[in-house]
Design a protein around this ligand. Sequence first.
Ligand SMILES: Cc1cc2nc3c(=O)[nH]c(=O)nc-3n(C[C@H](O)[C@H](O)[C@H](O)COP(=O)(O)O)c2cc1C
Length: 251
Amino acid sequence: MADQSIFNVKYPIIQAPMAGVQDSALAIAVSSAGGLGSLPCSMLNHDALHAELSRIRSQTNQPVNVNFFCHTAPRFDARAEQKWRSILQPYFEEYEVDIDDIPAGPGREPFSHAATDVLESFRPEVVSFHFGLPDQELLTRVKSWGATVMSSATTLDEARWLEANGADVVIAQGIEAGGHRGMFLSADLSRQTGTFTLLSEITHEVNVPVIAAGGITDAKGVASALSAGAAAVQMGTVYLRNNQSAASSSD
Ligand SMILES: Cc1cc2nc3c(=O)[nH]c(=O)nc-3n(C[C@H](O)[C@H](O)[C@H](O)COP(=O)(O)O)c2cc1C
């Protein structure tokens, strides 16, 4: 059943956070229109995070979701670096790409106390995570200002884990989902199912509200997810061609 009261928004629609292809402009547009806009924060340094949240709070008084990753940051491995470079070398030559001319992109930072220090002054209504949840100390800090915490599950096991470890809402992220999926208990793709199968499994087994994400692009898809037990939907790819998206024509 649709349950807008979870997020205090008019429509049971969450604009999916999409790191690298959107910023506060899309979040502001969606929240102002009655959905739940999301700001992807994993690629923002703390000054940028502060600036983006200031922009959101100055342009809408509606609820907003901020999204972070909870991965363990990989350590630089010179051998692995050398290996992938040599595998791709024929393509660099074919397309005359000098790899040393390619500037390094921003990394993906795991959620931290420093990020929470920035969030505390803005008190975002919803905080969502990818790749599990932060440790209990960080989670307690996030919940201290009343934020609703959600995270993505790509399997029933992950949904059970999220519920047991403090998620207020679970996002059932099916295999159709665009971008990357937030798997964190297993990397075995054969265990993942489509959005509607996963939604049904999770709604039967967990007690917190469940959001459907993956392959939903229109009103019929939204209605189907709600009638299958989703409290709301989270849609990403469908927003990429929106005027407020920062995706380039080649993304
Ligand atoms: C380009 C792109 C980037 C994404 N980046 C994130 C992200 O930073 N954090 C996150 O939680 N989900 C991310 N996702 C996944 C979305 O949250 C959501 O699960 C997905 O978009 C739903 O499937 P759909 O694209 O078919 O609507 C991303 C999705 C896309 C398409």
